[in-house]
Design a protein around this ligand. Sequence first.
Ligand code: AHM
Ligand code: MG
Length: 377
Amino acid sequence: MRTSALSGLTGLEDGGGSINIQGEEQKKLDVIANNVLKNALKWSGQLSTIASEEEEKPFNIMGDSVFSNDIILENSGRYVAVFDPLDGSSNVDAGIPVGTIFGIFDQAECPIEDFDLSDGIDKAEEKCLQDTLQPGTNLVAAGYCLYSCATSFVFTLGSGVYGFTLDETIGEFVLTHSDMKIPSRGKIYSFNEANRWDWDRPLQQYVTDIQQGLGDTKSRYSSRYIGSMVGDVHRTLQYGGIFGYPADKRNPDGKLRLLYEAAPMAFLLEQAGGLALTGKNRIMNIPPTSVHQRVPCILGSRDDMLEMRRYYVESRDPDLISRCKARLKGANVLDEDIDDESLSPIVNLGSHNGDSLLNKDKEGNTTTTMGEFGAAQ
Ligand code: AHM
Ligand code: MG
């Protein structure tokens, strides 16, 4: 990236003729980043399936041989990598920070009959989809690499968040940010405000209030927005505040992709003590039904997020409520224990790997936590 302007690697692949599955023109650096990651992962020996923003479908990294009786079957890895190789690449030719976002799942054990699969997929594709279409709660690792004035590698393995910085003199990443925690409050909001007229009413009101110093803190918040999720999240993680690409009228599911953008960042933010919601519900709980599915994504400091969420909880807009419920229905497909109550926002804010903010009473019955996650106040 640092030398792309010198080596002719700026601009669009095939002069704009290369279009990815999202219908977006691919930059030369999108394609290069995707190939670099695929090659590196292939020879790690740990990976089976990969899914990328730049690939139409998930595929087995070792190719079709893995479905034969070939020895490779036994030796191939058990992990599934989902990634956006070069997020924010519309910025890249201008030297603005971009990044790689990734998540790692263990191979899936759940059946996929209930998912909305297109007809005519073969056995190999079915296995790869089964491995890939997992909710964020199944992630075993996630993180990002930020290519900026320094190269930062920030990840979680499900027990805290660790930040490394590339030391170019030795070619190694050095631990520079141990056990990262997001401040519980910030003073910065980060949204593409050009879309605000199409946002959900509760978000419009929340942002108006924090701009005017009418929110819980009575401070007037500042605005920062790079338009590169990794850069915006990296700042939010360190300085606190709230970042999002929310739903709007033209894009009722927002812009960011659930599987390889929103869920990995949600896992990371939660591990740092923050929250990541669609507005009202926990992103980690949403099971993807397609690889490139989009989801509204708002994440950040815990107290800012809870304040923002209150605006959604208090809303009685029927369209908004039915959109939220439709998104959560997928969760019921996977978890038979979840009843109608699961559509209540309280239950859907949980911690990792299926634990939720549910309490057990003395008899062992499940009760919901009303406290700080409580509904309308
Ligand atoms: P991309 O995956 O095509 O690069 O799109 C994702 C990026 C995010 O990094 C960023 O948050 C968002 O798009 C910015 O979108 P917009 O230009 O609409 O504000
Ligand atoms: Mg992206």
